[in-house]
Design a protein. Sequence first.
Length: 333
Amino acid sequence: MSSLQAIAKELLAPHKGILAADESDSTCVKRFDKYGIEKTPEQRRKWRELLFSAPNISDGLSGIILYDETIRQNASTGEPFAQFLLQQRILPGIKVDQKTEPFTGSPDEEVTKGLDGLPKRLAEYAKLGATFTKWRAVIRISDTLPTEECLRENAKRLAIYAKQSQEAGLVPIIEPEVLLDGEHTLERSEAVLTQTLRITFEETVKAGVELSGLILKSSMALPGKESGKVATLGDIASATLRAFFASVPKEVPGIVFLSGGQTPEDATARLNEIVKQARKQNAPWRITFSYSRALQEPVLKAWSGKDENVETAQKIFERRVQETSLASEGAFE
């Protein structure tokens, strides 16, 4: 087994998933503003430490994706956060994409930046302790979007990133996120998810990426947030799995879901149902989670930037990790 396959296997361990704690400063500002939390590097450091030091979370988390600022910060014990996590048997990862830019010829679409100087940054992150990386592309849905050209350009960039990440000894998580925003139906979401993933893997294979040493981070097939439509857990699971079976190679060891604006309750229940159906259909991939807001939102609200709330907030986080871990085995009630 290659070292990439070994890291991927560890990240996809039974009963475990990945915490995405890689919010940019601007995203952190929005979330902190909601609860009146001071927007400073030290408050962000305290917030991340609250999450990383919560008791028993390594029972349900195999890895945590960090932001550039965070991987350079230390825990209050003095250790760099990457080392702090490794001591708890949690693998540290790093987000390496750098925002988006408008896609030429289609002003309503965007492509992800970050390839300039990427090998140098990957080498530095490996030295700082990272074992895996993440790159997100943003795919918008409407009656006319996405265009195949934009999907192809994002897929090419994802493939180049994945190849360079593997060359640096780091497992890439490729994340072509089909956004929840819009008025689209569940059927339209399934069609776009299928097309997005098919094109993503065409380019990934073309670039010579080792499929057994990467992880897919995907959206679920869901009706648009503004559609007014409600889909059952069973329908969401069936549509999502049809998209996967139609487009994700069996050599890929695992698929982790993003929460993408879903409530913690919905993200947990839907993951649970998808895993149950995937097992009945003998899906070849380990299916689990890589949630951000669905794990963090109730914790952030409980903390609200106050030291005296840390213990209460950590208990809530511990419970959210436990619930989502159960859902990753189809065992959440």
